[in-house]
Design a protein around this ligand. Structure first.
Ligand code: ASP
Length: 336
């Protein structure tokens, strides 16, 4: 028997009609009961939260991270499934991936349609996630949705309501699932796992500010004033803003704020091509380009860097390593 632990956190996959809209209210056992268990797989539930994911806090995410690490202390466990709201799934999955050094997988899944919907996608997604958690290794944290396996890194929610809700706009999926088999197509690129942050770690404030035509850095400066230790600048194009933003980045970095540079564009890497407030200048002012990580995951990268080091130069180095990882050498295991 392969043993999988299912950690439930809420989301649409646990949601029922409340009279005026849906909200998470189902117990973990009810969520698991929607899916058939793949042959040879045994599952037990850890009922952690019943929250729709836009309401999750860093505090929740750190509890989830520690819970997963505690479960993996048991060598009899073969893999973990986390059921999660889809809205911020990419953030929690990436946080867990950055701190995951175990060969066994952590597989996130959820649903676009609520728990008891007759045409729901919960049962299929959960079945696929259980199958994946039971059989793959050395792939880190994954997201399984609509018959595809995605690496945590780079994967974003690309559809508000359609069932095939996740993709990495800059990369192919890691695998696919069908006919009771998981097929691994590529090895995810992962950074060196970071140590687990202390359970009682003080949570730093990390804000996001988006550039647009006619923007000034007022909100960026306000974030610094509000005590942000990290800021994600969501720039335009390949990572461009204005000379005024460049000055604001320079001021923030001088105060020890960790600034990450990402873009509003769905796919492609941040690339320093333009001056006059472009990525060339923003990076020279101290912003760290985050490759193909989009805003939510760039924010998680900043959070993990802040939790990993105290010194601003060290924090910058950790963020650079997260943003520019080297390919893992661990061999891919195909199974199903
Ligand atoms: N639409 C979301 C979901 O799929 C709501 C949430 O993220 O909790 O679960």
């Amino acid at each position: 028997m392969r043993r999988v632990v299912v950690v439930t956190t809420g989301g649409t996959i646990a949601s029922r009609w409340q009279g005026n809209g849906y909200a998470a209210d189902a117990a973990g056992q009810d969520v698991l009961a929607t899916a058939a268990l793949p042959e040879g797989v045994e599952a037990r539930v850890v009922d952690l939260f019943t929250v729709n994911s836009p309401r999750l806090t860093t505090g929740h995410q750190l509890v989830l991270l520690h819970t997963v690490h505690e479960i993996l202390q048991d060598p009899a466990v073969d893999g973990i499934v986390v059921t999660h709201g889809t809205d911020t799934l990419e953030e929690s999955a990436f946080l867990l991936d950055l701190h995951h050094g175990d060969r066994r997988p952590v597989v996130f899944t959820g649903a676009q349609r609520p728990l008891e919907a007759a045409d729901g996608d919960a049962a299929g997604n959960l079945y696929d996630a259980l199958l994946t958690a039971a059989h793959v290794q050395d792939l880190g944290t994954l997201a399984v949705f609509a018959g595809r396996v995605h690496a945590a890194r780079g994967t974003v929610k690309t559809q508000t309501v359609a069932a095939d809700a996740f993709a990495d706009p800059s990369n192919a999926a890691v695998g696919k699932i069908g006919f009771g088999r998981v097929e691994v197509l590529r090895r995810p690129v992962r950074s060196e796992p970071l140590a687990l942050p202390a359970a009682a770690a003080e949570v730093p404030r990390v804000d996001m500010v988006m550039h647009h035509t006619d923007a000034d850095p007022m909100l960026f400066d306000a974030a610094v004033q509000a005590g942000a230790q990290g800021i994600v600048l969501v720039a335009t194009g390949a990572g461009n803003a204005t000379p005024e933003f460049t000055e604001a980045v320079d001021r923030a970095v001088a105060r020890g704020v960790l600034v990450a540079l990402t873009t509003r564009v769905p796919a492609g890497p941040i690339t320093p091509i333009y001056t006059g407030g472009g990525a060339v200048d923003l990076i020279a002012a101290g912003a760290v380009p985050t490759g193909t990580l989009r805003a939510g995951q760039a924010r998680i990268a900043v959070l993990s860097a802040l939790l990993s080091a105290k010194d601003p130069a060290e924090r910058t180095a950790v963020l650079q390593r997260i943003a520019d990882p080297s390919t893992s050498d661990v061999p891919v295991v195909e199974a199903g």
